[in-house]
Design a protein around this ligand. Structure first.
Ligand code: MN
Length: 155
């Protein structure tokens, strides 16, 4: 009887330890960089988070930020004088340049936003989206334009 109780005890310890490790792996698996803080300005619609990974400086006039968009969240239309590069690290998102069809983005996609071309990016309707945004600042700061309409977003 004592042996059985000892066996049950060790099985329980091993099982709960494995369950905990699986849980940790799952929470790490979808996150390369920290989520950061909720964005509280009206250049974004819906819930989005920003973690600044690198500030621009005189040697590298380029900022790098990890942006997490919850489903349905997106930027306003905007343009970057020095252009921007987006590296998609998770989820499903959208990217659209003015006059072009909306593109669907998935993990591993890379987008080059040309200088001064109005565009927007964000999560898809049902799935969150994570991007690393590399923004060149040497020609000026991001210029924010109008909101993305529901029709533009859904189309
Ligand atoms: Mn942009």
């Amino acid at each position: 009887m004592k042996n059985i109780l000892t066996l049950v005890f060790f099985c329980t310890v091993i099982f709960s330890s494995c369950a905990q490790q699986r849980g940790n792996k799952r929470s790490d698996a979808n996150t390369i960089f920290p989520k950061g803080n909720k964005i509280n300005n009206d250049n974004f619609k819906g819930t989005a988070y920003l973690k600044t990974l690198m500030e621009a400086d005189s040697l590298n006039p380029t900022s790098v930020g990890n942006v997490t968009f919850e489903a349905g969240a997106r930027t306003k239309w905007h343009k970057h004088p020095g252009g921007q590069i987006l590296l998609v690290t998770d989820g499903v998102g959208y990217y659209q340049e003015q006059g072009q069809a909306k593109k669907i983005l998935r993990k591993g996609d890379v987008i080059k936003c040309p200088s001064n071309v109005p565009h927007w990016h964000g999560a898809s309707v049902n799935t969150a989206f994570v991007q690393v945004a590399i923004t060149n600042r040497h020609l000026g700061e991001t210029v924010w334009l109008h909101e993305v309409t529901e029709e533009e977003y859904i189309k």
